[in-house]
Design a protein around this ligand. Structure first.
Ligand code: PAF
Length: 300
């Protein structure tokens, strides 16, 4: 496995990558967990060459967010990526990605870039869209792999690929969960043992939302009140955990993030809450065919 830190070296290395076969790309911010590894493993099965990046992107963090303390462990990450069969890891410095005078951003707009994560984290998706565009241009992938846990990020990247005619096939892999349902996240490292137990409330609230959604759907409800009931089911569940503070519980269209006004497919149940020092997000996806994607639980 080749580890490349400089942009110039990456450009040179690209000339030696096999011309035949596709290139799969897995962008990450490091501190890898099994969710990231599922992306790398899927990329390995689908491509001749697999490139991953590790870059804690400063432009997607707000001034009061956790950029400085975001967990990092490069030696461990490199060993995990090597084990997953990745060919090249790109680990640029912030000063190379954003040199002095940097002034050009990719700015998502519209409902998708205004609600939920965007409302709580102003500028976040501008930073994500900008760095993902830059990484796509530097790496030149045929396919790029993202996790469904960041559902709004996935929708924004999908929109960006379509709007900017980027020749990249977006591959989205299911949420990987701990055995007790907690969605894997690098930020779970912030939780102490008590908070770690409490954090399962996010997936339990989504489960309550799913049950309420299916009840409303099976009863043939078509009114906005049905959606209010689903939201309330999630809010009630979340409120039962004193260590968790709800940011939002929402029912929306998974591509546009426009709130739903009836329990129809496709739909996204999305939740965000603070548990101790960690702000956590999670979601359940109701696909267009009416089946649920609730992610996959893995054992200890
Ligand atoms: O999902 C992430 O880890 C980041 O937002 C990404 C896509 C690597 C961009 O910095």
């Amino acid at each position: 496995m080749q580890v490349i830190a400089s942009l110039e070296e990456l450009t040179k290395a690209r000339q030696n990558w096999p011309r035949a076969g596709s290139l799969g790309f897995v962008p990450t911010m490091g501190y890898l967990h099994r969710g990231h590894l599922s992306l790398a493993q899927q990329a390995r099965t689908e491509n001749a060459t697999v490139v991953a990046s590790i870059f804690v992107n400063p432009t997607q963090f707000g001034p009061n967010e956790d950029l400085a303390r975001y967990p990092r462990d490069l030696p461990r990450d490199l060993a995990l990526l090597e084990g997953a069969g990745v060919d090249v890891v790109f680990t640029p410095e912030a000063s190379a990605m954003y040199p002095p005078g940097f002034a050009t951003y990719v700015e998502p707009t519209g409902t998708l870039a205004e609600r939920l994560e965007a409302a709580t984290r102003p500028g976040h998706f501008r930073g994500v869209a900008t760095v993902v565009s830059k990484l796509f241009l530097l790496v030149g992938p045929d396919r790029a792999y993202f996790g469904q846990k960041d559902a709004q990020q996935v929708a924004i990247i999908r929109r960006m690929i379509a709007d900017l005619n980027l020749p990249v096939d977006l591959r989205v892999m299911p949420i990987v969960r701990e055995a007790d349902g907690l969605a894997m996240s690098s930020r779970n490292a912030y939780l102490n043992p008590e908070q770690r137990v409490a954090a399962t409330i996010l997936s339990r609230a989504l489960e309550a939302g799913r049950v309420a959604f299916d009840q409303q759907r099976n009863a043939g409800s078509t009114s906005p009140e049905a959606i209010a009931q689903v939201r309330k089911a999630m809010e009630r569940a979340l409120a039962s955990e004193s260590l968790a503070a709800l940011d939002y519980a929402d029912v929306c269209h998974p591509d546009t993030f426009v709130p739903l006004d009836a329990p129809t497919a496709p739909a996204l149940l999305a939740i965000a809450a603070k548990v101790g020092p960690a702000r956590l997000i999670d979601n359940y996806l109701l696909r267009a065919d009416g089946s649920w994607d609730v992610g996959v639980r893995v054992g200890k």
